[in-house]
Design a protein around this ligand. Sequence first.
Ligand code: ZN
Ligand code: ZN
Length: 411
Amino acid sequence: MDTSPVTEVPAEELRPALELYLDLHTHPELSGHEARTADRFAAWLELHGCTVTRGVGRGHGVVGVLRNGPGPTVMLRAELDALPVTERTGLRYASTVPGVMHACGHDLHLAAAAGALARLARSRSAWRGTVLVVGQPAEETLQGARAMVADGLYERFGTPELVLAQHAAPLPAGTVAHADGPGPLMPASTALEVVVHGRGGHGGAPHLSVDPVLAAAATVVRLQSVVARETAPAEPVVLTVGSLRAGDRANVIPDRAELAISTRAFRAETLDRVDAAVERIVRAECAASGCPSEPEFTVTARSPVLVPDATATVALRRVHEAALGARRVTRTPPLTATEDYAAFGTDGVPLAYWLLGTVGAGLWRRARESGEPVPPNHAPEFAPDVRTALPTGITALTAAALHVLTAGEET
Ligand code: ZN
Ligand code: ZN
């Protein structure tokens, strides 16, 4: 059956989920500070019959449990946090919080999970078992998922047969995309902060100081050789220096420079090799500059490789083709974005993951004609076509959950 995106979720069901989305989008909160968002999400889950526990993990983690007799357990996961980005969409429901924006679509994930839970609560005669709904904090800092698992998520609320998550992506709104084949879909990553120590002084007398700006600049350039010269051309590795800070004035040589570095690779051994090479190059550039003390290294986050369960990928692709129509279900090659979702796969708990298209038809057409890329996740202009993407996300999540909750009933 091929239904149009707006009719697959009845308007009276879509409206409250859409209102939740608009409210969350207008009031974004940074990683670790998601108190209001967690409250709104928890209230929705309670309203629809869940038993809700708050504060799971070290922050604002929310777990809703909807029991419906003995049977399988399925978990729906959505993230609570927004990003330190200043919104420039011009939307009437744009962020009202200066410098903070839902630029990764986590508000869309929350509204879709909320809508799916409401649908499951309304259709209890069609399934048996338990639905866990997780509102995960601190995804953008790659810390929340691990903290929730470490706080006994599965021991306290049950181990799911399958965990489900979807992520907003620059694909046509109304579509979903599953992994093209078995194996890793997202890389492992390390986030690293480095401090380079120089000796401060007068901008007019550089020979009396050790300039950490020059040492840091040389380091940034040289680091790209880890990808270009130390990694096999066929092996995907990403190394990004996302932040470089040093000094305040043109005529003052500062005494330190700070770099924030992100590395990504699809194998843990490769990531270890890349991270070791980063440290070697930073130390060598500091030595080359004659820095008065060794550089400092702090790993601020790590995330494991995301490998979706191959059997679930094949099964859910079919489920989504039946629910959305085959032409709205596409395939994606591995991505180089990272997620801490893989941390929910602890002890072999199988994970399912798919991408949820967000780009409206008009913008997609213009982008194809002009060759200009659409504003991606994390961009200040990121603006999902929520009226199409949200019902698609609700339908995709509901259908996938029902696939687990009705397993064994089909003949
Ligand atoms: Zn993000
Ligand atoms: Zn995200």
